[in-house]
Write a new protein. Structure first.
Lengths: 288, 313, 259
């Protein structure tokens, strides 16, 4: 079974990429579902979180897990601030919020670039070593991403389905007026969604950063892929994001290995355009 | 449509370039004029209720078309430039036909994706487009005397034509129909207006000018590459339009001038430009949605322009 | 020949039937009323007729042509017009411009020709402008012609809505609750205007809650409840129908129980 390790590699890559993209895409989708806006700065949030991880973990020298906790906490706080001072002002206005988030993206990335320069940084691996899975070597690193990612995604599902807060979020998403009549406080829900959304992106950064470089532009890929995913899966649908995320993750892994990353990106975007033109509601619309 | 502002503008555009001695500032002048054309043509789409994140891709289509035709077939730029615009229109119609049935949010994403795909494909098709390193040696229009001043006048002529044409559209019944579609699409359909056709027309017009600007840019600089036509370029055009103001026809003009010149003055390149532009864009959305031009409300009234009418965002 | 005819018109939303097996028939020149308690599906009927919604079953014919599920702009071009329950005027335009917009869909000019403003488009423009002014005059709001639509009081906005719908001289017009929210004065004015329009020969279908108005204006009425037609006839006949009384009493009881 000569080719098996090769397939295993592609498969593992697929799962890793999927988990990564899904975490960020879930953030996009939650905000989209509640406020009907696209937060183009979502990828930037991921980048900021990764930067903070680098500063705390490498420059300050904290333990990686501690740095991670702090980073996630700080990012969640950022979510509260952004909701309060930026997005709340433009509630209900789709185009202005979208454009504003673009402005935030530009401004924040530019600021980070000015402060830290364009030279990529790296966070040393925390989990070293590999393990033998079914005859192929898989690094612990990747297993952590997969494990952590699936855990978080599962946690989010449970949260949305079974907690009071999660149900409130679903209610607001389905029918805002009805939710208000039921006494759900919209502002609180929006804030919660931003916290969860930003925390997920920060968690993604925590899991993935040791494997990737850190520079001001790393937010672009998860944002772009995230957009494809939420359209593919169906805007506002958490299940859809999961399905769409894994489809895109695997397509990217396979085409990236068979051809090259550029082709993989082209395929993703052609899929996006195709879905928009053929079935804009996505694969699994309205199923939270 | 009042003739007076255009008279003033024509005088400025004729008199101004000669006064600029420094070739660097002539370059800035040329780029400003091109940016104005882009921003004003993007506003055509905004007036029909659509935001496009793909304007740069149409620029790129025009640029590559004219450049390749000139290099491979020796086609004169005087033909190549309209050809570039024409191809942009064709692609716009092809893309728009399915895409314009979608509501605003989806249209933004489609144009976004389209721009990305254009960039990636242009990077990939090395044999055709020169790949990431781009195309060199794009010839100037032969009839133009050498030197920047001649090109500055060429671009001035382009600008004045663009402004006149687009202003005529805006004040004609087509422009009114576009606004009606933006404000009340269902109502427009119920009085018999075939809204998809009008949106398609707006998309075509907007893309035509983007394509022409792209081609003119290609023949000016002599070198183009895919990174000239990324999503960020599209977003920059949006910034000129929005910060300048979507509320009035001359808003994007104001925005382009102020931002292009400002960028030069503070030597904002790369990240600093991002910070400035990004901040202005976010600030505009949060605090001054009508853009800078809405500040000149009373001033324009004195000059006889009717900004009052279209103050809605 | 009937002006408007629906046969078995049905529309489901999920499991619910918003409109169920509706047969309507409006002869030319009639002022036909469509009434029923809240939520009976009246506006849905208008949306179905006008192609805003696709029917699940059934067929709609206008002047003998099948228009079921046709696009709204095509239906308008056949001579059918409508107003909306929520005022849907072109807010930033003047009264005159609003009416002109009502004609732009039907008396079309090639967009590129508009650019060059040649003689023929200009002649058409002038002609339409005159017709629009005449219409405004007919409806008594000519003096408001340069007022911006959003600044008008509600009564005048409603009249303008009708003017926009009438701008292209439709054969039939669907009025969706034109009297909602009007003062007593405005109601009187509105009744007079609608009578005037009717007298000119336009066929009208009116959806309305205000029973006095319906009694005053309508030749015939159909009553809807939960999407089904439960009675049809003159006001006199319909108001004595026991099912109709039950439907309205039931609605009233429901309303009082809720409060």
């Amino acid at each position: 079974m000569d080719a098996f390790p090769y397939y295993m590699q592609v498969f593992t890559n697929g799962v890793v990429l999927s988990c990564f993209y899904v975490l960020v895409a879930l953030g996009l989708n939650l905000i989209m579902g509640i406020m009907h806006i696209i937060n183009f700065a979502q990828g930037t949030v991921y980048m900021l979180s990764a930067m903070l991880l680098y500063i705390l973990g490498v420059e300050v020298g904290l333990n990686y897990f501690l740095a991670g906790a702090l980073s996630i906490g700080a990012t969640a706080l950022l979510g509260i601030l952004m909701e309060r001072f930026f997005f709340r002002r433009l509630l209900g206005q789709f185009l202005p919020s979208l454009v504003m988030s673009l402005g935030l993206l530009l401004a924040i990335e530019g600021a980070v670039w000015l402060r830290f320069g364009i030279i990529s940084k790296a966070i040393p691996s925390v989990f070293r070593g590999t393990v033998n899975v079914l005859g192929a070597l898989v690094s612990y690193e990747r297993l952590v991403v997969i494990g952590g990612g699936l855990l978080l995604i599962g946690g989010l599902f449970l949260f949305i389905r079974h907690t009071k807060a999660g149900k409130a979020i679903r209610a607001v998403e389905q029918d805002r007026e009805a939710a208000i009549l039921q006494g759900i406080e919209i502002t609180g829900i929006c804030r919660l969604v931003f916290i969860v959304s930003f925390a997920l992106s920060a968690a993604a950064a925590f899991l993935v950063s040791p494997m990737l470089v850190i520079d001001p532009n790393i937010g672009h890929t998860p944002l772009l892929k995230g957009l494809v995913i939420i359209v593919l899966g169906g805007m506002g649908s958490v299940t859809g994001t999961l399905v769409g995320g894994f489809i895109i993750g695997f397509i990217e892994s396979i085409t990236g290995t068979l051809f090259d990353p550029t082709i993989a990106s082209i395929v993703s975007f052609v899929i996006l355009m195709g879905i928009l033109l053929v079935r804009p509601s996505g694969l699994l619309p309205y199923r939270m | 449509m009042k003739a007076r502002p255009f008279l003033i503008i024509t005088i400025l555009l004729v008199g101004f370039p000669v006064l600029i001695r420094d070739p660097y500032w002539l370059h800035v002048y040329i780029m400003t004029c091109l940016n104005i054309c882009l921003a004003v043509s993007l506003r055509v789409l905004w007036n029909v209720g659509l935001l496009s994140c793909g304007h740069a891709a149409f620029m790129g289509l025009g640029a590559y078309t004219s450049a390749i035709l000139a290099r491979e077939m020796g086609l004169s730029p005087w033909l190549g430039i309209p050809a570039g615009g024409g191809l942009a229109v064709l692609v716009a119609i092809g893309l728009g036909y399915p895409a314009l049935r979608l509501t605003g949010i989806y249209f933004v994403l489609v144009t976004f994706a389209f721009n990305e795909v254009f960039f990636l494909v242009a990077t990939r098709l090395r044999e055709f487009t020169g790949g990431p390193s781009g195309l060199l040696g794009i010839p100037r229009p032969s009839a133009l005397p050498p030197g920047k001043l001649a090109y500055a006048y060429f671009v001035s002529a382009l600008l004045i034509s663009t402004l006149v044409v687009l202003s005529r559209f805006e004040h004609s019944r087509v422009g009114k129909i576009w606004l009606a579609i933006r404000d009340m699409e269902l109502r427009s359909r119920c009085v018999g207006i075939q809204t998809t056709h009008y949106k398609l027309f707006a998309f075509g017009v907007s893309s035509f000018f983007a394509g022409v600007v792209g081609a003119v840019y290609a023949h000016y600089i002599g070198f183009i590459s895919p990174s000239d036509f990324t999503i960020w370029q599209s977003i920059y055009v949006q910034i000129y339009m929005i910060v300048g103001g979507v509320a009035a026809f001359f808003g994007p003009v104001l925005g382009s001038i102020i931002l292009t010149v400002l960028t030069e003055f503070i030597r904002a390149v790369g990240p600093l430009q991002s910070v400035v532009y990004g901040t202005l864009l976010a600030a505009a959305m949060l605090f001054l949605p009508g853009g800078l031009i809405s500040l000149t409300g009373h001033f324009s009234r004195a000059l006889g322009r009717r900004v009052e009418r279209h103050k809605n965002l | 020949m009937e002006m408007l005819q629906t046969t078995g018109l049905t529309r489901h939303f999920g499991g619910l039937a918003a409109v169920s097996n509706l047969d309507l028939s409006v002869p030319p020149g009639e002022l036909f009323g469509l009434i029923g308690p809240n939520g009976a599906g009246k506006t849905t009927v208008f949306n179905l007729i006008f192609g805003v919604l696709q029917p699940t079953h059934g067929c709609i014919r206008f002047r003998q042509t099948d228009i079921t599920g046709a696009p709204s702009y095509a239906i308008a071009r056949r001579g059918l017009a409508r107003t909306f329950q929520i005022t849907s005027l072109f807010q930033s335009f003047s009264v005159l411009e609003n009416v002109l917009l009502g004609t732009y869909g039907i008396f079309r000019i090639n967009p590129l020709a508009a650019l060059f403003n040649t003689r023929r488009p200009r002649a058409i423009e002038l002609e339409q402008r005159e017709r629009a002014l005449n219409l405004l005059n007919f409806l008594g709001i000519e003096r408001l012609r340069d007022e911006v639509a959003r600044n008008l009081p509600l009564g005048h906005q409603r009249i303008l809505e009708m003017a926009v719908a009438l701008a292209a001289a439709p054969k039939m017009i669907l009025l969706d609750e034109p009297f909602a929210g009007l003062s007593a004065e405005e109601i009187k004015e509105m009744i007079a205007k609608i009578r005037k329009i009717h007298e000119e020969g336009t066929t009208i279908m009116l959806v309305e809650h205000n029973m006095r108005v319906v009694m005053d204006l309508c030749d015939r009425i159909a009553v809807l409840n939960f999407g089904r037609k439960i009675a049809e006839g003159t006001f006199f006949q319909v108001s004595r129908d026991p099912e109709v009384i039950k439907a309205y009493l039931g609605a009233k009881r429901y309303a009082t129980e809720r409060s």
